[in-house]
Design a protein around this ligand. Structure first.
Ligand code: PGA
Length: 244
Protein backbone atom coordinates (compact mmCIF):
# COMPACT_ATOMS: atom_id res chain seq x y z
CA UNK A 1 0.00 0.00 0.00
CA UNK A 2 1.17 3.46 -0.89
CA UNK A 3 -0.75 6.03 1.13
CA UNK A 4 -0.66 9.81 0.73
CA UNK A 5 -1.29 12.05 3.72
CA UNK A 6 -2.10 15.50 2.42
CA UNK A 7 -2.23 16.92 5.98
CA UNK A 8 -3.71 20.45 6.14
CA UNK A 9 -3.14 21.20 2.47
CA UNK A 10 -5.53 21.67 -0.39
CA UNK A 11 -8.29 23.95 -1.56
CA UNK A 12 -10.96 22.59 -3.83
CA UNK A 13 -9.65 23.38 -7.30
CA UNK A 14 -6.05 22.28 -6.80
CA UNK A 15 -7.01 19.31 -4.69
CA UNK A 16 -9.45 17.93 -7.22
CA UNK A 17 -6.90 18.33 -10.01
CA UNK A 18 -4.33 16.47 -7.88
CA UNK A 19 -6.77 13.68 -7.01
CA UNK A 20 -7.81 13.28 -10.65
CA UNK A 21 -4.18 13.16 -11.79
CA UNK A 22 -3.37 10.46 -9.24
CA UNK A 23 -6.52 8.53 -10.18
CA UNK A 24 -5.57 8.71 -13.87
CA UNK A 25 -2.09 7.40 -13.11
CA UNK A 26 -3.52 4.55 -11.03
CA UNK A 27 -5.96 3.73 -13.81
CA UNK A 28 -3.22 3.64 -16.45
CA UNK A 29 -0.92 1.53 -14.32
CA UNK A 30 -3.76 -0.94 -13.57
CA UNK A 31 -1.83 -2.40 -10.64
CA UNK A 32 -3.37 -5.52 -9.21
CA UNK A 33 -0.71 -6.05 -6.56
CA UNK A 34 -0.85 -2.80 -4.59
CA UNK A 35 -3.34 -0.36 -3.15
CA UNK A 36 -2.98 3.38 -3.55
CA UNK A 37 -4.71 5.60 -1.00
CA UNK A 38 -4.97 9.38 -0.66
CA UNK A 39 -6.05 11.08 2.56
CA UNK A 40 -7.15 14.66 1.86
CA UNK A 41 -8.30 17.04 4.59
CA UNK A 42 -11.81 16.33 5.88
CA UNK A 43 -13.30 19.23 3.93
CA UNK A 44 -12.33 17.52 0.68
CA UNK A 45 -13.01 13.85 1.37
CA UNK A 46 -16.44 13.88 -0.25
CA UNK A 47 -15.43 15.90 -3.31
CA UNK A 48 -12.26 13.85 -3.83
CA UNK A 49 -14.12 10.55 -3.40
CA UNK A 50 -16.70 11.71 -5.95
CA UNK A 51 -13.97 12.87 -8.34
CA UNK A 52 -12.07 9.56 -8.33
CA UNK A 53 -15.05 7.20 -8.21
CA UNK A 54 -14.63 4.43 -10.77
CA UNK A 55 -10.85 4.30 -10.37
CA UNK A 56 -8.99 1.95 -8.03
CA UNK A 57 -7.69 4.92 -6.02
CA UNK A 58 -8.83 4.73 -2.39
CA UNK A 59 -9.74 7.73 -0.28
CA UNK A 60 -9.31 8.09 3.47
CA UNK A 61 -9.60 10.58 6.30
CA UNK A 62 -6.72 11.83 8.44
CA UNK A 63 -8.40 11.40 11.83
CA UNK A 64 -11.76 10.54 13.37
CA UNK A 65 -13.50 10.86 16.71
CA UNK A 66 -14.01 7.73 18.77
CA UNK A 67 -17.79 8.25 19.10
CA UNK A 68 -20.31 7.80 16.27
CA UNK A 69 -22.14 11.10 16.98
CA UNK A 70 -22.86 13.58 19.73
CA UNK A 71 -21.80 16.84 21.34
CA UNK A 72 -18.23 17.04 20.01
CA UNK A 73 -17.91 20.39 18.31
CA UNK A 74 -15.56 20.36 15.36
CA UNK A 75 -14.96 16.63 15.41
CA UNK A 76 -15.74 14.12 12.68
CA UNK A 77 -17.05 10.60 13.24
CA UNK A 78 -15.68 7.61 11.37
CA UNK A 79 -19.24 7.03 10.14
CA UNK A 80 -19.21 10.50 8.57
CA UNK A 81 -16.01 9.73 6.67
CA UNK A 82 -17.53 6.48 5.49
CA UNK A 83 -20.65 8.37 4.44
CA UNK A 84 -18.45 10.69 2.33
CA UNK A 85 -16.86 7.80 0.45
CA UNK A 86 -13.79 7.05 2.59
CA UNK A 87 -12.56 3.49 3.03
CA UNK A 88 -9.62 4.23 5.37
CA UNK A 89 -8.66 6.65 8.12
CA UNK A 90 -5.27 7.55 9.56
CA UNK A 91 -5.29 7.44 13.38
CA UNK A 92 -2.58 8.31 15.87
CA UNK A 93 -0.40 10.35 13.52
CA UNK A 94 2.42 11.88 15.55
CA UNK A 95 1.18 15.37 14.65
CA UNK A 96 -2.15 14.52 16.33
CA UNK A 97 -0.42 12.85 19.25
CA UNK A 98 1.73 16.00 19.73
CA UNK A 99 -0.66 18.82 18.73
CA UNK A 100 -3.79 17.35 20.31
CA UNK A 101 -2.32 15.31 23.15
CA UNK A 102 -3.65 12.02 21.79
CA UNK A 103 -2.78 9.02 23.96
CA UNK A 104 -2.39 5.40 22.92
CA UNK A 105 -5.75 4.67 24.56
CA UNK A 106 -7.47 7.34 22.48
CA UNK A 107 -5.79 6.11 19.30
CA UNK A 108 -7.02 2.62 20.08
CA UNK A 109 -10.57 3.92 20.60
CA UNK A 110 -10.34 5.69 17.24
CA UNK A 111 -9.15 2.49 15.54
CA UNK A 112 -12.16 0.68 17.03
CA UNK A 113 -14.39 3.49 15.78
CA UNK A 114 -12.95 2.98 12.30
CA UNK A 115 -13.86 -0.71 12.44
CA UNK A 116 -17.34 0.14 13.70
CA UNK A 117 -17.80 2.32 10.61
CA UNK A 118 -16.28 -0.31 8.26
CA UNK A 119 -13.15 1.78 7.69
CA UNK A 120 -9.61 0.43 7.77
CA UNK A 121 -7.50 2.40 10.27
CA UNK A 122 -3.91 3.23 9.37
CA UNK A 123 -2.52 3.24 12.91
CA UNK A 124 0.64 5.34 13.28
CA UNK A 125 3.45 4.86 15.76
CA UNK A 126 6.99 6.19 15.95
CA UNK A 127 9.73 7.37 18.28
CA UNK A 128 11.00 10.92 18.80
CA UNK A 129 14.63 11.86 18.27
CA UNK A 130 15.23 11.94 22.05
CA UNK A 131 13.81 8.45 22.38
CA UNK A 132 15.99 7.16 19.54
CA UNK A 133 19.13 8.79 20.93
CA UNK A 134 18.39 7.31 24.35
CA UNK A 135 18.25 3.86 22.72
CA UNK A 136 14.56 3.45 23.58
CA UNK A 137 13.16 3.08 20.06
CA UNK A 138 12.10 -0.56 20.19
CA UNK A 139 10.62 -0.22 23.67
CA UNK A 140 8.66 2.90 22.66
CA UNK A 141 7.31 1.15 19.58
CA UNK A 142 6.22 -1.87 21.63
CA UNK A 143 4.44 0.33 24.17
CA UNK A 144 2.67 2.31 21.45
CA UNK A 145 1.62 -0.84 19.62
CA UNK A 146 0.29 -2.57 22.71
CA UNK A 147 -1.64 0.56 23.66
CA UNK A 148 -2.90 1.58 20.22
CA UNK A 149 -3.88 -1.67 18.49
CA UNK A 150 -7.26 -2.98 19.63
CA UNK A 151 -7.83 -6.72 20.01
CA UNK A 152 -9.16 -8.18 16.77
CA UNK A 153 -6.68 -6.69 14.31
CA UNK A 154 -6.46 -8.66 11.06
CA UNK A 155 -4.59 -8.38 7.80
CA UNK A 156 -7.77 -7.00 6.23
CA UNK A 157 -9.00 -4.55 8.83
CA UNK A 158 -5.77 -2.90 9.98
CA UNK A 159 -2.69 -1.18 8.54
CA UNK A 160 0.19 -0.04 10.76
CA UNK A 161 2.51 2.83 9.84
CA UNK A 162 5.94 3.27 11.41
CA UNK A 163 6.86 6.93 11.25
CA UNK A 164 9.91 8.08 13.21
CA UNK A 165 8.85 11.55 14.38
CA UNK A 166 12.29 12.97 13.56
CA UNK A 167 12.01 11.79 9.94
CA UNK A 168 8.66 13.47 9.23
CA UNK A 169 9.01 16.49 6.98
CA UNK A 170 12.73 16.79 7.71
CA UNK A 171 14.31 15.09 4.72
CA UNK A 172 16.06 12.76 7.18
CA UNK A 173 15.40 9.04 7.02
CA UNK A 174 16.60 6.07 9.02
CA UNK A 175 18.96 3.68 7.25
CA UNK A 176 17.34 0.68 5.62
CA UNK A 177 18.86 -1.46 8.37
CA UNK A 178 17.19 0.75 11.00
CA UNK A 179 13.88 0.57 9.15
CA UNK A 180 14.15 -3.21 8.87
CA UNK A 181 15.00 -3.51 12.57
CA UNK A 182 12.02 -1.39 13.57
CA UNK A 183 9.62 -3.19 11.24
CA UNK A 184 10.87 -6.64 12.29
CA UNK A 185 10.33 -5.65 15.91
CA UNK A 186 6.85 -4.29 15.14
CA UNK A 187 5.95 -7.57 13.41
CA UNK A 188 7.16 -9.51 16.46
CA UNK A 189 5.17 -7.38 18.90
CA UNK A 190 2.11 -7.61 16.63
CA UNK A 191 2.42 -11.40 16.81
CA UNK A 192 1.77 -11.17 20.56
CA UNK A 193 -1.42 -9.21 19.85
CA UNK A 194 -2.93 -11.05 16.88
CA UNK A 195 -2.53 -14.31 15.00
CA UNK A 196 -2.56 -12.32 11.74
CA UNK A 197 0.62 -10.34 12.33
CA UNK A 198 2.32 -11.78 9.24
CA UNK A 199 -0.35 -10.37 6.94
CA UNK A 200 -0.77 -6.92 8.46
CA UNK A 201 0.74 -4.30 6.20
CA UNK A 202 3.49 -2.24 7.81
CA UNK A 203 4.07 1.08 6.08
CA UNK A 204 7.18 3.16 6.53
CA UNK A 205 6.62 6.92 6.70
CA UNK A 206 8.90 9.93 7.07
CA UNK A 207 10.49 11.85 4.17
CA UNK A 208 9.66 9.21 1.58
CA UNK A 209 10.20 10.61 -1.90
CA UNK A 210 10.75 9.39 -5.42
CA UNK A 211 14.52 9.24 -4.96
CA UNK A 212 14.54 7.06 -1.81
CA UNK A 213 11.29 5.08 -2.20
CA UNK A 214 12.72 1.98 -3.87
CA UNK A 215 15.41 1.61 -1.22
CA UNK A 216 13.08 2.17 1.76
CA UNK A 217 10.39 -0.10 0.30
CA UNK A 218 12.95 -2.87 -0.18
CA UNK A 219 13.81 -2.93 3.54
CA UNK A 220 12.74 -6.04 5.44
CA UNK A 221 9.12 -6.18 6.60
CA UNK A 222 8.17 -2.99 4.74
CA UNK A 223 4.85 -3.43 2.93
CA UNK A 224 4.34 0.12 1.75
CA UNK A 225 4.76 3.78 2.52
CA UNK A 226 2.88 6.62 4.15
CA UNK A 227 3.87 9.72 2.23
CA UNK A 228 3.34 13.33 3.33
CA UNK A 229 4.92 16.13 1.33
CA UNK A 230 5.67 14.03 -1.74
CA UNK A 231 2.00 13.02 -2.02
CA UNK A 232 1.10 16.59 -2.99
CA UNK A 233 2.60 16.20 -6.46
CA UNK A 234 0.94 13.59 -8.65
CA UNK A 235 4.01 12.56 -10.70
CA UNK A 236 6.16 12.14 -7.59
CA UNK A 237 3.49 10.25 -5.66
CA UNK A 238 2.82 7.97 -8.65
CA UNK A 239 6.56 7.35 -9.00
CA UNK A 240 6.61 6.16 -5.38
CA UNK A 241 3.66 3.88 -6.09
CA UNK A 242 5.52 2.56 -9.12
CA UNK A 243 8.65 1.94 -7.02
CA UNK A 244 6.58 -0.33 -4.79
P1 PGA B 1 6.56 13.45 5.09
O1 PGA B 1 5.33 13.11 6.08
O2 PGA B 1 6.51 12.44 3.99
O3 PGA B 1 6.27 14.85 4.61
O4 PGA B 1 7.80 13.36 5.89
C1 PGA B 1 4.98 11.78 6.35
C2 PGA B 1 3.81 11.73 7.29
O5 PGA B 1 3.75 12.54 8.23
O6 PGA B 1 2.91 10.88 7.13
Amino acid sequence: MIAGNWKMNGLRSDALALARAVADGVKQAAWTDRQVLICPPATLVMAVADAVRGSALLVGGQDCHAKPSGAHTGDIAAEMLRDCGASHVIVGHSERRADHGESDALVRAKAEAAWRASLVPVICIGETLDEREAGDTLEVLATQLKGSIPPGATAWNTVVAYEPVWAIGTGKTPTTAEVAAAHGHIRKVLATLTSEAAGIRLLYGGSVKESNAAELLAAGDVDGALVGGASLKAPEFLAIAKAA
